[in-house]
Each structure stands twice: as C-alpha cells, then as structure tokens.
Design a protein around this ligand. Structure first.
Ligand code: SF4
Length: 147
C-alpha cells in the first residue's frame, strides 16, 4: 500500500493522508491494541475518502474478504457504529482470509522478513519513515515497529 501511495497519490492526497495519520496517531497514543479496537468506529480508515477506497487495487487481504467487500460498506460500519456489520461476510470468505493470512505470515517468516500483523496507520507511518522500506524488508531488516 505504501508503494501504491508513492506511485499513485497526488501531492494533495499525500498531504491529506499525512494529516489523517498524525491525527489518528495522536488519538491512539499510549493505547493498547484492544483499546484501539474498542473505538474503531471513531477511527475511520485513513484510506476512506468520499465513500471511496483510495487503495482499492491494493487493499489488505482482510478488506478483500472479511471486513469489507466495498468501501461503501466500510463507511457504513464507521457511521452506524454497527459492530455486527463488520462480521457480515460469508463463512467461506472468512476461511479464505484466514488461509491467505496464515500462509503469508509463514512465507514471510521463511524468507526471514518481518511478519507480524500491523495496525495500518502505524504500518504506513513506518513505511514512510524508512528510506528504502521494501528493499530493507526483503533483506530482513526491521522496518515496522510492532506493538
Ligand atoms: S477497503 Fe480497506 S483500505 Fe479500503 S477504505 Fe475500506 S478499510 Fe480502508
């Protein structure tokens, strides 16, 4: 997603994204993962804009399967605060997500790359804090600050 942002986003898009990241990082400062999860409805995805997903072609696996099949769905989850909406996916999709996620983690571990799950806001911050994130990650360096 970081690479997509670099390649596709306009300067204005990047500026707005940076502001959103700063705002959310300030908001979650010092909070634990479960505390952040409890207030997810107050923290819209940093890539959601005007009911559009700005990273749709490269959206995370979880978005492709469980938490959303459309950016409109994402917006509805955040606006209605309906936690059950987040779980509205077919069992088959959930199984696909778990299989893909598990395999990605294992393959990354085998390659010696960082493979922990990331909160996307912090992941994007870390990506842009690094001079050469993709190469460094592939070389097994620490790129992401895992909670
Ligand atoms: S599909 Fe995923 S990345 Fe895109 S706006 Fe929704 S939650 Fe964000």
């Amino acid at each position: 997603m970081g690479h997509h942002v670099e390649e596709v986003f306009t300067d204005d898009d990047k500026k707005k994204l940076t502001e959103r990241i700063k705002r959310i990082l300030n908001r979650i400062k010092g909070m634990r993962t479960y505390e952040i999860a409890m207030m997810r409805h107050e923290l819209p995805c940093i890539f959601l804009e005007d009911e559009m997903c700005m990273v749709y072609p490269v959206r995370p696996v979880v978005c492709r399967t469980c938490s959303s099949t459309s950016a409109e769905h994402c917006k509805m989850i955040f606006e209605t605060r309906d936690h059950r909406a987040r779980l509205r996916c077919y069992q088959g999709m959930r199984e696909i997500f778990q299989t893909v996620q598990t395999d990605l983690v294992h393959r990354s571990q085998e390659m010696g790359c960082q493979s922990d799950l990331l909160y996307v806001v912090e992941g994007i911050r870390d990506y842009f804090s690094h001079r050469r994130p993709i190469e460094a990650w592939l070389e097994g360096d620490v790129v992401f600050n895992i909670r």
